[in-house]
Design a protein around this ligand. Structure first.
Ligand code: HAM
Length: 434
């Protein structure tokens, strides 16, 4: 490559530019608030782990592990993988830190990037972000409904409309095996009509055939009808009915989907996806129960359930619905300066306002550009400082709502700003001021 050739971002990755930040801030802030209110605590997990962790949890024959993982050898020759999802790491940490010995359930949330070497297209990236909730050490069907309720609450807090939860059950590990055998028997009859990928899946991961988008495969899978649910054992059926009853009590908008399967091997019992109804139903997240996973990874036999949503897909849905997302920085006052000397003075003014706990913003550029920025931020007040104001030891205080302006002496400025904000009913937390 010549030294002059431009280096571009790798395929499937993206930069999140300043204009996009308000969406990210909106999702992250609301997620922390909804998760904490529901009793979840934050966990920060590594972005790469031993490759075996994902092979033994997500499943060796899943697309995620067999095709989409970024795997590399570290300098000691150990095989490592960039995490394609968060549940496996949460379970590893739960076992490793003896969290099963604490009062159960353990409720954890995370927010971070995941990596899958997927074919890039709309809503599909190779590095994408997930927000996740995991409840470990609880088998009560009420726990399933409560988790789903938290997820629904979060989406409604974001302002998303037409959110539907698609739900299904795979039953116990035993009934899941029975369902897979029944499905395999059914699909084997149509093997020659399946696409090459599905012929392979039929052997390694038959549930995934139900997800195939190829039209031939679709017309076959549409015929599967109730193969899965018919093979659900009685105990699992009863459990699932209980979950649905709780969801009814909570007035959650759900829809039974007997062909819903998910691309990860660890699921048992309740499976669900959050879909935004629209021109094309868009799945923005998914989750389910994973009762065998802790044991499978060397821990005790405990039941768990979790959910992860995609940040980019949720933002996309907010944009499609033109949800009015507030600006990230909520400022009380915006300081505009019009010359080099005014800039120096503005630093002192910003400092004085900041010292008493006011939220202050400023930017560079022409007066128009700075006013535009102040308008964009929705600040109730602006302070304008020109050359004249430097000499006169005062500033112009502008009310951004009614556009009235007045001259205020430097020494009275902080008091005046506080008074103006209070008159506007804006609750300011003043640290100390005499
Ligand atoms: P998942 O369905 O593989 O589940 O991923 C959850 C969400 O991550 C998807 O619904 C989607 O919004 C987002 N996502 C997945 N792949 C991509 C991609 N290539 N580009 C953009 N967004 C993507 C899990 O990961 C499970 N760990 C969920 C879970 C938690 N189950 C139990 N606990």
């Amino acid at each position: 490559m010549s030294a002059k050739q431009k280096i571009q971002i790798p395929r499937g990755l993206k930069d999140v530019l300043p204009d996009e930040q308000k969406y990210w801030f909106w999702l992250e802030n609301n997620f922390y608030s909804v998760a904490s209110t529901a009793g979840f605590e934050r966990i920060i997990l590594p972005t790469f782990e031993s490759t075996n962790l994902f092979k033994r949890s997500v499943g060796e024959f899943t697309d995620i592990v067999s095709k989409e993982m970024y795997v590399f050898k570290d300098k000691s020759g150990n095989s490592m993988a960039l995490r394609p999802e968060g549940t496996a790491s949460v379970v590893r940490a739960y076992i490793e830190h003896g969290m099963h010995t604490l009062p159960q359930p353990i409720k954890l949330f995370y927010w971070g990037p995941m990596f899958r070497y997927d074919r890039p297209q709309a809503g599909r990236f190779r590095e994408f972000w997930q927000f996740g909730l995991e409840v470990l050490g609880d088998s009560n069907p009420l726990g399933d409904a409560l988790l789903i309720q938290t997820v629904v609450k979060y989406h409604s807090k974001l302002g998303l409309k037409d959110v539907v939860v698609k739900i299904n059950s795979l039953g116990t590990t035993k009934s899941r095996t029975k369902m897979i055998s029944a499905l395999t028997r059914f699909l084997s009859k149509h093997k020659k009509d399946l696409c090459a990928n599905c012929q392979r899946r039929l052997k390694n991961n038959p549930l995934r055939v139900l997800d195939c988008k190829v039209s031939n495969c679709r017309s076959i899978t549409e015929e599967t009808g109730t193969v899965l649910i018919d093979n659900l054992d009685e105990v699992s059926k009863k459990r699932f009915t209980k979950v649905l009853e709780y969801l009814d009590d909570m007035q959650i908008n759900y829809e039974l989907d007997p062909s819903l399967v998910r691309g990860l091997d660890y699921y048992t019992h309740t499976l669900f996806e959050v879909v935004v109804r629209g021109h094309e139903d868009l799945a923005i997240g998914g989750g389910g129960r994973y009762d065998g996973l802790v044991k499978q990874l060397g821990g005790p036999d405990v039941s768990c359930i979790g959910y992860a949503g995609g940040v980019e897909r949720t933002i996309n849905a907010l944009k499609k619905q033109a949800v009015d997302v507030p600006n990230m920085v909520q400022s009380d006052v915006f300081v505009i300066q019009l010359s080099a000397k005014a800039k120096i003075k503005s630093i002192k003014v910003i400092d004085d306002l900041d010292q008493v706990g006011l939220r202050v913003s400023s930017s560079m550029g022409s007066i128009q550009a700075q006013l535009r920025e102040a308008n964009k931020m929705n600040t109730p007040l602006a302070i304008i400082i020109g050359e004249q104001e430097v000499y006169d030891k005062n500033v112009i205080l502008r009310d951004m709502e009614d556009r009235s302006q007045e001259i205020v002496l430097d020494r009275n400025l902080v008091k005046k700003v506080i008074k103006k904000l209070e008159e506007k009913g804006i609750n300011v937390k003043i640290l100390s001021h005499d």
